[in-house]
Structures are given as C-alpha cells and as structure tokens.
Design a protein around this ligand. Structure first.
Ligand code: F6P
Length: 442
C-alpha cells in the first residue's frame, strides 16, 4: 500500500445529476482504497446528507457495476449548507455540516458538482477550515478552469440525436422545429449539439438574437427550396430586447441595493453597530450551545436550530425572475396575455407568425441528463476520479481537479469559484458554424 496524507474522505454529489457521476465515485473509491488504503465514505443527497448525517461506507462492492449507470448512487440535492430549507425555513446549517465531517474524521470532503457546489465547498473551507476538493460535473460545461466537465459529452450526444430525429420529421412536414436544450447562462450544449446536428439556427444565452433577422434567414432558406428548418435554442437564450431590459432591470436593482445600503449606513451610528454586533455574538453563542445538544441523525429536525439564513446570493434565481418579468413585458408590448409561456414555444409562435410557416416545439429537458454516459464521459470520469485519489494522497486540498490539454491537474479553488465559463462571442466554433451557413440571429 502506498503512503497517503489523507486517511479518510467523504464524497458527495450535489446539484443537478450528470452522467459520469457514478464512474467518478467508483474511480475515487477504487484507487483511494486499493492503492492508498484510505477509508471512503459516501454522503447521501449532497450537502443535505452531510447536515443530516446520512453517511455510509463505500467499498469495492458498493461501487461495483456502476461505471455505466446514469444518475448518482449517492443521490443529490441542490441544498447549500449556509442556506438550507429546514422545517419550512432557510437555515444556516454550516455548523452541523462541519461537525458531521469531523465526527467521521474526514480529512477531506470531496464534492462532485458544478459552479454552485464549488462555491459551497469553498465556503466551508474558508469559513470553517475544513479540507475540500471538487470535481467538475455539469451538462452545461460552464465550470471555469477546466476544458470540459463530465456529463457534457453525453448530453451533447443525446441532444444531437434528438436534432437528427427532428430533421426527418421537419423535412417531411416542411415545418420549423424549435428544439430547446438545457443551458440557462451558458450555450455550450446548444452550440455543440446544434453544430453536430446541423441546426440551421443556433441561439445562445451569450448572443442576444433578433427575431426579424431569424425570420428573414428562414424565409431566405425557403426561397432556396429548403422548406424546413431546425432551430436549436438554449433555454436561457434572450432576444436583444429582453437582454436590454434584463440589463436595465439589473442595473436598477444594483443601484437600489447600493442606495439602501448607503442610507442604512448613515442612519446607523458606529456605536449602534457595535452594540448590535455584540448582541449577535451573544445569540450565536446561545445557538451553538443549543446545537450541541440536538439530534442530528434525524432529518428535518433543523427548525429553530441553526441560524436563519439572510444571504441571497442566487444570481441565477434573480435572473430567472427578471427573465420572467421581461417575457411578460415583451408579450404585453405585443398585445399577448401570456404568463410563463416556455421560451421555446414563444419563439416558435413568433417565428410562425413572422414567416407563415408551421412551427413545432420540442423541449428535451431532463432527457439530456439521463441514461448511460458516453465512452468519453466514462473515460474522463475515471481519469478525474483516479487523479483525485492521487492528489488526496499527496495532501492537495482546496483544489478542483480540472481536465486541461488531455490531462487532469489540480487548480486552486480560489481561481475557480465565482466564475463561469461562457461561450465567447468570437469562439472558433461560432465562427466555423457561421462559415457553414448557420444563423445565430444576431
Ligand atoms: O445545472 C444543470 C442543469 O441541467 C441546467 O442545464 C438546467 O437549467 C438545470 O440543471 C435544471 O435543473 P433542475 O434539474 O433542478 O430542473
């Protein structure tokens, strides 16, 4: 057995599931145990399982036969330790998470997830000094610092196959088909699947589109005898008007927040602030004492036990909210009364109206995240998992295992957290797609 600085590690999978998660869990477990003699623990349902102490031992038998299985054998959730719904309230459960990691003598908490997961893991490391490591999982491929995340290749294959199938029916009926793929902020999936599937129009969140330009492009195709068209659209794609309204609403919100903060600050004297801080410290101490006596093994016992979370750092939720308002605005100006109509169907409706060509919508949804991982994702996951175990043995903590130029390397989490890898407007794939006649609606 080789020597190792890590004796025990806990693995959790957090955020949306992704093909390849089980392959990573399998590889870490096999290498960490088999080569370095580490104890490997599996935490159920992401950070929630850590808070609720739902932790089991992983071994060869547990990870046997999971290489090709989709989803995650550990279960997942989108819960964050510092702001977790407990008994109907959002609570800061950081203490419980850290206490349980310590109780099981974990030298490192290994978190498989996307940008949000990396942020939550890093927060635990920074605030409470526990060792963490992350591995980049997401079908969106938007994790910063890695060339690719596991799960992306599988999702691209699924979306490409769907576009292939849509082609035959669109051709037969001479229709427009809008195919919505996942990706709220990043358009990698739409871009890759759109190119691979030969979509005529590709719409990305990063490149606001102009409806009239798309309609004109579609009509031009018809004039050239092509009576069908496929439009691959990322779920977060926005029209130019929506993007402008979103930017204006965000600027107004930022201004309001800044002004409220400034007014509040001038009102509060330094002395009042200090008194408040002292009171808060006392409350925290009291909470800590109460927490020491609670039963953490039972789920949903958290009400009134942690701190009430006040943090609202969910930019995506803010954006989703704004997008919804913007879409209402958009439809009002077009004299429609539509609430929460899915973006792809709104797009299809407008394009049908502008071109006079019958349109249909297919939203691929969670199909893109399901089923067996591709060969590439299985290989990538195995490489990343094995490398993670080696890095743990070396005692390299607070890093993400990234895939760069064909090899897996550690990247400090500080360089990754809070950043998203979006499609740059001048990306070579956009250029290449334009060269073969693809329209981006811009
Ligand atoms: O984070 C990956 C992702 O699949 C996104 O592409 C998508 O917008 C989102 O998750 C869907 O989340 P949920 O599974 O919670 O509906």
């Amino acid at each position: 057995m080789k020597s190792s600085k890590t004796r025990c590690l806990g693995i959790l999978t957090a955020g949306g599931d992704s093909p390849g998660l089980n392959a990573v869990v399998r590889a870490i477990t096999k290498v960490a145990m088999g080569e370095f003699g580490m104890r490997v623990l599996g935490i159920q349902d992401g950070f929630r399982g850590l808070v609720e102490n739902r932790i089991l031992t992983l071994d060869d038998a547990t990870v046997s036969g999971v290489l090709t299985r989709g989803g995650t054998i550990l279960g997942t959730s989108r819960d964050k330790p510092h702001s977790m719904p407990m008994g109907g309230r959002l609570m800061d459960m950081t203490d419980a998470a850290v206490e349980n990691a310590q109780k099981h003598q974990m030298d490192c908490l290994v978190c498989l997830g996307g940008g949000g997961t990396a942020k939550n893991a890093f927060r635990l490391a920074q605030r409470r000094g526990i060792n963490v490591m992350t591995l980049p999982k997401t079908i969106d491929n938007d994790v910063f610092g890695t060339d690719v995340s596991f799960g992306f290749d599988t999702a691209v294959s699924i979306a490409t196959e769907a576009i292939d199938r849509l082609h035959t029916t669109a051709t037969s009926h001479h229709r427009l088909i809008v195919c919505e793929v996942m990706g709220h902020r990043a358009g990698w999936l739409a871009l890759h699947a759109g190119i691979a599937g030969g979509a005529d129009v590709i719409l990305l969140p990063e490149l606001p589109y102009d409806l009239e330009k798309i309609a004109e492009f579609l009509l031009e195709r018809r004039r050239h005898g092509k009576r069908f068209s496929i439009i691959a659209v990322a779920e977060g794609a926005l029209s130019r008007r929506e993007a402008d309204a979103l930017a204006a609403a965000k600027a107004a919100k930022d201004k309001e927040t800044k002004e409220t903060k400034e007014t509040k600050e001038t009102k509060e004297t330094k002395e009042t602030k200090e008194t408040k801080e002292k009171d808060k410290d006392k409350d925290r101490e009291k909470d800590k004492d109460r927490r020491k006596t609670r039963d953490l093994d039972r789920p949903d016992k958290g009400e009134g036990l942690g701190e009430l979370s006040t943090e609202a750092d969910d930019v995506d939720a803010f954006r989703a909210d704004l997008t919804l308002n913007v879409s209402r605005l958009h439809d009002e100006t077009m004299a429609y009364h539509v609430v929460q109509e899915p973006m792809a169907s709104r797009l299809a409706r407008h394009l049908q109206a502008l071109t006079g060509v019958e349109a249909r919508v297919t939203s691929l949804g969670h199909v893109q995240r399901g089923g067996v991982p591709t060969a590439f994702d299985r290989t990538l996951s195995t490489m990343m998992g094995a490398r993670a175990a080696e890095l743990l043995a070396e005692g390299q903590y607070n890093v993400m295992v990234a895939y760069r130029n064909g090899v897996c390397v550690p990247v400090p989490l500080a360089e990754v957290v809070g950043r998203k890898k979006l499609v740059p407007a001048d990306h070579h794939l956009i250029h290449c797609a334009r060269q073969v006649g693809t329209c981006f609606g811009d």
